[in-house]
Design a protein around this ligand. Structure first.
Ligand SMILES: NC(=O)c1ccc[n+]([C@@H]2O[C@H](COP(=O)([O-])OP(=O)(O)OC[C@H]3O[C@@H](n4cnc5c(N)ncnc54)[C@H](OP(=O)(O)O)[C@@H]3O)[C@@H](O)[C@H]2O)c1
Length: 205
């Protein structure tokens, strides 16, 4: 992937802002979009820097790689946003049923959260990543004296996973492949054993 490929960020809350900041820091053009429109994002893009711009949700969804940083229950609203087929989509969502986490989990039946997301973005090459980290850990420099912040990822498309892992590594994370959206997704999603686990990997040698 070209270093200066355009990254789309759908959602400009805590996670969207954190990802956009990492991307700008590492030389990417970023188009960030939210529900209320680009007019509400002028201050944010000013803070992010010259390679960030506010777009409509549609424009953010048309980028080379799209980070999905919207509430889980908002994902069905995105189905007709763009032609998703072939797009690499990094799914950072956690399957809360409502903005208030005390209202419980969204019922996805036997699916994992990302399998459910994949069905709503037809043909998108979904890679689940970053959902296990609290937003401040996504925003911070992942390279600590004690080791690099681990960023798990999972997906069913090998090429998409390679691209996303490269991006995470370039941001400074230690990217760890957990397999497909089924088995890896189960480990990473809400209530899975790796949910909210903040680990550091010490590089040896
Ligand atoms: N916060 C964390 O620490 C954390 C960590 C890991 C994963 N996550 C997951 O990451 C996702 C984002 O979390 P967050 O804390 O950043 O949420 P947030 O602060 O509530 O922000 C959500 C963003 O999504 C936008 N949005 C909602 N519906 C949309 C739509 N239909 N089209 C386009 N944009 C839409 C909102 O736009 P408006 O502002 O215009 O409404 C807002 O910018 C969630 O799925 C969450 O579970 C959160």
């Amino acid at each position: 992937m070209a270093r200066h490929s355009t990254l789309g960020v759908l959602g400009a809350g805590e996670v969207g802002r954190a990802i956009a900041a990492q991307a700008v820091r590492h030389g990417h053009e970023v188009v960030i979009g939210n529900r209320r429109g680009p007019g509400t994002l002028r201050g944010l893009v000013g803070e992010l820097g010259a390679t960030a711009r506010a777009g409509t949700a549609e424009q953010a969804a048309e980028a080379d790689i799209v980070f999905l940083a919207v509430p889980f229950f908002a994902v069905p609203d995105l189905t007709d946003l763009t032609a998703w087929a072939g797009e690499i989509v990094v799914d950072t969502t956690n399957q809360f049923a409502a903005a208030d986490p005390w209202r419980g989990r969204y019922d996805v039946g036997d699916l994992t959260g990302s399998e459910w997301v994949a069905r709503r973005l037809p043909g998108a090459r979904i890679v689940k990543a970053l959902n296990t980290l609290f937003a401040p850990f996504i925003a911070a420099d992942p390279r600590h004296t004690e080791g690099r912040q681990v960023a798990f990822y999972a997906g069913d498309d090998a090429d998409a996973k390679t691209v996303v892992a490269g991006l995470l590594e370039a941001f400074g994370f230690a990217a760890l492949d957990l397999g497909g959206l089924r088995e890896g997704g189960r480990l990473m999603q809400l209530d899975g054993p790796l949910s909210a686990k903040h680990l550091l990997l010490q590089d040896v040698g």
